[in-house]
Design a binder for this molecule. Structure first.
Ligand code: 3PY
Ligand code: MG
Length: 259
């Protein structure tokens, strides 16, 4: 049940992750040998559903990288399936209102924080992960503490309510979606725009004032270190498939230059 990402966040170890798009258990396991701290199995933009996500979670666990998943939508089945297979955190896209986040907390956190439905599943070794296996209350408390619930801030609506959203019990942190946020602000892809930079700072401040983690995403390698300097607790860099393409392009160019 231990959540290595949460531990690294708490110890300010500046974890680095990536979006998982390659879609095989082997690929998830291999990413565990790269130095990455977490992967986000993408059930929003990626083609995956909970059943395939489960095999990627196993691969990630074997490789020693913390598996998170991005859920497709705020709905009870979508949230429960990913949590019950044992992802260590949920990234939740397309949040527009605090009411959506309240609904999300009710699905994702057990009572007394929310109203998550209970069943012994893979997340708790089908009920055998606890010293006191008969203790449903302890199981619920551990799951609440060890499973990170991380809405994305990527719409103007979410940005405008970010102080109230980050104050909600059950919200462990925020993941910034820079592409959609900049689009929602009418400045698509203009990540250096002063308004966009002010928005990032506002989200970061709201998170930290409420004792929550703030994670940002970039596709620019230099922006990872810059993000940590700015104060983000973790950074996600790119997509594994894009990194693979870039690595082979560099390799092939080097080989061709030697011919
Ligand atoms: C965004 O930038 O909008 C994201 O959600 C990252 O995938
Ligand atoms: Mg997005």
């Amino acid at each position: 049940m231990k959540n290595t990402l949460k531990e690294k966040l708490q110890h300010h170890q500046q974890p680095i992750g990536t979006f998982f798009e390659l879609g095989s258990p082997n690929a998830a396991e291999a990413l565990g040998h790269t130095g990455l701290d977490f992967i986000i199995i993408d059930n929003e933009h990626g083609p995956f559903e909970a059943e395939s996500t489960l095999s990627f979670v196993r691969g990630a666990e074997l490789g020693g990288v913390c598996p998170l998943a991005r859920v497709r939508e705020v709905s009870r089945p979508a949230v429960l399936k990913l949590l019950d297979i044992g992802v260590k955190g949920l990234i939740v896209p397309n949040i527009h209102t605090i009411e959506q986040v309240t609904e999300l907390v009710s699905y994702a956190k057990f009572a007394p924080i929310g109203n998550r439905g209970f069943c012994p599943t893979r997340k708790d070794a089908w009920g055998y992960a606890y010293p006191a296996t008969e203790s449903v209350a302890e199981n619920m408390a551990v799951c609440n503490a060890e499973t990170l619930l991380i809405p994305q801030c990527e719409t103007i609506g979410c940005l405008e309510q970010i102080e109230a959203i980050t104050a909600l019990d059950g919200v462990d942190g925020i993941f910034i979606g820079p592409f959609d946020l900049s689009i929602s602000m009418g400045i698509p892809g203009q990540f250096e725009h002063p308004d966009f930079q002010a928005a990032l700072q506002r989200i970061l401040n709201a998170c930290h004032q409420n004792g929550k983690f703030c994670i940002s995403f970039t596709v620019q390698p230099d922006a990872v270190a810059a993000g940590f300097l700015q104060g983000f607790d973790a950074m996600a860099y790119g997509l594994d498939a894009a990194v693979l393409v870039q690595a082979y392009r560099t390799l092939i160019a080097q080989v061709r230059a030697q011919q």
